[in-house]
Design a protein around this ligand. Structure first.
Ligand SMILES: CC(C)(COP(=O)(O)OP(=O)(O)OC[C@H]1O[C@@H](n2cnc3c(N)ncnc32)[C@H](O)[C@@H]1OP(=O)(O)O)[C@@H](O)C(=O)NCCC(=O)NCCSC(=O)C[C@H](O)C(=O)O
Ligand code: MG
Length: 279
């Protein structure tokens, strides 16, 4: 798989593939990417219908937005049927939840024949994240923060620091292997300020964007993952001012690497592939 994928999404909206209204709504929304779920958001008795709906939805497409389908995990009775259907579908990406070992992910990847986003959301998955991200089919790594908290016995109301090592490990794995790093979902639907704080914290950790669960989260996350107008202005000024080696710029030291970062930031604004997953 040698396609260069578009820049990492800042906003990747999950919706249950069983929810026809949400599918229609997603076509009108401004998310960078649409993620149709067959796993936890879909009731057991609705799995077959949801799979058919997901295949049909990606067949119609989501305009210019890339779309992915999340399969049921290894060991679930719907897993094989999901994989077979998605392999034949027009989905741009597949998502594998609860990825735990490079060996098992490699088997699924070869059956899917799609660029793969893996969810790291178990202790074993975190410990093996780098090996999983190293697989050539893997183009992105997503933190599954609800499952992680549950598996680690961390109360829902404990601060995010409690999963800090896991989040950083996920970013490290993604960066080490040139993959996208997407942060986990924010469950509190009415808490825009909390969402913004969590997005900014995720960006500060190195995540490219955030997975979302509701339309009203899109604008907040897009803004937080930026770049902001101030960042754009500074990047332009820095490139203009820089002459090559170590020098002073607005009272701080910059070198060639800062110029490269500024160029990357501006290329992201222009929609060019800056953080491409070139697999
Ligand atoms: C969380 C929800 C169940 C809330 O649903 P509801 O209360 O019905 O939402 P609203 O009435 O506020 O909806 C307003 C309109 O917006 C549409 N809508 C809602 N959510 C979405 C969506 N995600 N995508 C597109 N459109 C959406 C409604 O249809 C309404 O439209 P209209 O009537 O036309 O105005 C619900 O938001 C939801 O199901 N969210 C997604 C849940 C999901 O996909 N979960 C799986 C991913 S989470 C995950 O991965 C966790 C991870 O594994 C981990 O371990 O952490
Ligand atoms: Mg999960």
């Amino acid at each position: 798989m040698s396609t260069v994928h578009p820049i990492a999404p800042r906003t990747a909206l999950f919706l249950p593939a069983s929810n026809a209204r949400a599918i229609e709504k997603a076509r009108t929304l401004d998310a960078d990417m649409v993620l149709l779920d067959l796993e936890d958001a879909v009731r057991e008795e609705a799995k077959d219908d949801a799979r058919a709906a997901a295949v049909s939805a990606v067949g119609q497409g989501f305009g210019a937005r890339p779309c992915a389908i999340r399969v049921n995990g290894l060991g679930h009775s719907a897993h094989n049927a999901d994989v077979a259907a998605i392999a034949e579908s027009k989905a741009d990406f597949a998502i594998l939840p609860k990825a735990e070992s490079a060996q098992s992910v490699a088997l699924v990847a070869s059956a899917l024949q799609k660029p793969l986003l893996v969810m790291i959301e178990t202790p074993l998955g975190v410990l093996n994240a780098a090996d999983i991200a190293a697989l050539p089919e893997v183009v992105g790594v997503i933190a599954g923060t609800n499952d992680l908290r549950a598996e680690l016995h961390i109360p829902d109301n404990a601060p995010r620091d409690a999963i800090g090592v896991a989040l950083q490990t996920i970013v490290l794995a993604a960066r080490a292997h040139g993959c996208w790093a997407l942060d986990g979902v924010f469950n509190a639907l009415g808490d825009a300020e909390g969402l913004e704080r969590e997005c900014l914290a995720g960006r500060a950790l190195g995540f490219d964007g955030k997975t979302l669960i509701h339309p009203n989260q899109i604008a907040v996350a897009a803004r937080a993952f930026g770049p902001t107008d101030a960042e754009i202005e500074e990047a332009r000024a820095l490139i203009e001012a820089a002459s090559g080696g170590a020098e002073r710029f607005r009272d701080r030291m910059i070198e060639a690497m800062h110029v490269e970062r500024a160029r990357a930031l501006l290329a992201r604004v222009d929609g060019q592939a800056v953080l491409p997953c070139s697999r």
